[in-house]
Every structure is written in structure tokens, then in C-alpha cells.
Write a protein that binds this ligand. Structure first.
Ligand code: ZN
Length: 152
């Protein structure tokens, strides 16, 4: 038997604002540009979750898809869909809710919940041309790698 990478994709909508209290108002505007606008703005996020494993000989499945769907519903949708990421997601408190940081938080939420197969990759699209990846890295935990960036 061989290893297979199985990916499930979900979408959610959320708003955010980039603002670091350690910076002055002017620095925040300079560093974050429009993303610093006081009232925030929204994105339609697409999340791809990839689990690696060998198909079970009896079911042909790497993991129970219904269970994965429930995990994504509970850990991601209920926490983040139609939320303001700065104020409503405790896991992000004190962090700038960039695509990179949101992907890392999602990894940390999902990783312990995947009991069959192993979480291999979390890819979060903030827009069709910007995404962040977290991959399993045995020594150092997941790394956030920024995808192509044109526009936030
Ligand atoms: Zn944004």
C-alpha cells in the first residue's frame, strides 16, 4: 500500500484589520496600508486541508470524511465564519490576523483532532492570488510559507 494525500476544501467569510499597538498610528498606516483602515474589511477565504495516510483496506478511506467535515465545521466554521478575526477569535488575540497567522492557528486547531492519517498541509487562500501554506515539519512544527502576493 502507498501513502495518499487527501484534500478537503471549505470556504468561509471573515473580516480583519492589521494594526499593531506597538506601532504609532502613522507607522501602522505605512506598514499595513489599506489593511490598517480602522473599520476593517472582509475576505472570502478558501481553506484546503490535506491529510496523508494509507487507505484502510476495509473502507478504502484514509480517514472518515464525515468526521473530517465535522472537525472543520467545529474548529473552523463555528469559530471564524462571519466573524471579525481581530475581536471574535481568541486564538488570534494579540496576533496580526494575516493569512499566515490565520493558517498557523488553523493548523494548531486541527492537528490534534485528526486521529486517522496525519495532517499534512493547511493551505489558506485569502484571495484567489494570495495563500499561505503550513506543512508538517517534525522538528519545528508547521512553517508558514507565503504564496504569491499581489494584493490583499
Ligand atoms: Zn485583508
Amino acid at each position: 500500500m502507498g501513502e495518499v494525500f487527501l484534500t478537503r476544501r471549505i470556504e468561509f467569510a471573515a473580516s480583519h484589520r492589521y494594526d499593531n499597538l506597538k506601532f504609532s498610528a502613522e507607522e501602522n498606516r505605512r506598514i499595513f496600508g489599506k489593511c490598517n483602515n480602522p473599520h476593517g474589511h472582509g475576505h472570502n477565504y478558501t481553506l484546503e486541508v490535506t491529510v496523508a495516510g494509507e487507505p484502510d483496506p476495509l473502507t478504502g478511506m484514509v480517514l472518515d470524511l464525515k468526521e473530517l467535515k465535522e472537525i472543520l465545521e467545529r474548529e473552523v466554521m463555528q469559530r471564524m465564519d462571519h466573524r471579525h478575526l481581530n475581536y471574535e477569535v481568541p486564538e488570534l488575540s494579540g496576533k496580526i490576523p494575516t493569512c499566515e497567522n490565520v493558517a498557523l492557528v488553523i493548523w494548531a486547531l486541527l492537528e490534534p483532532k485528526i486521529s486517522k492519517g496525519k495532517l499534512h498541509r493547511v493551505r489558506l487562500y485569502e484571495s484567489p492570488d494570495l495563500f499561505a501554506d503550513c506543512y508538517r515539519n517534525a522538528a519545528a512544527g508547521p512553517d508558514a510559507v507565503k504564496g504569491q502576493e499581489r494584493r490583499r
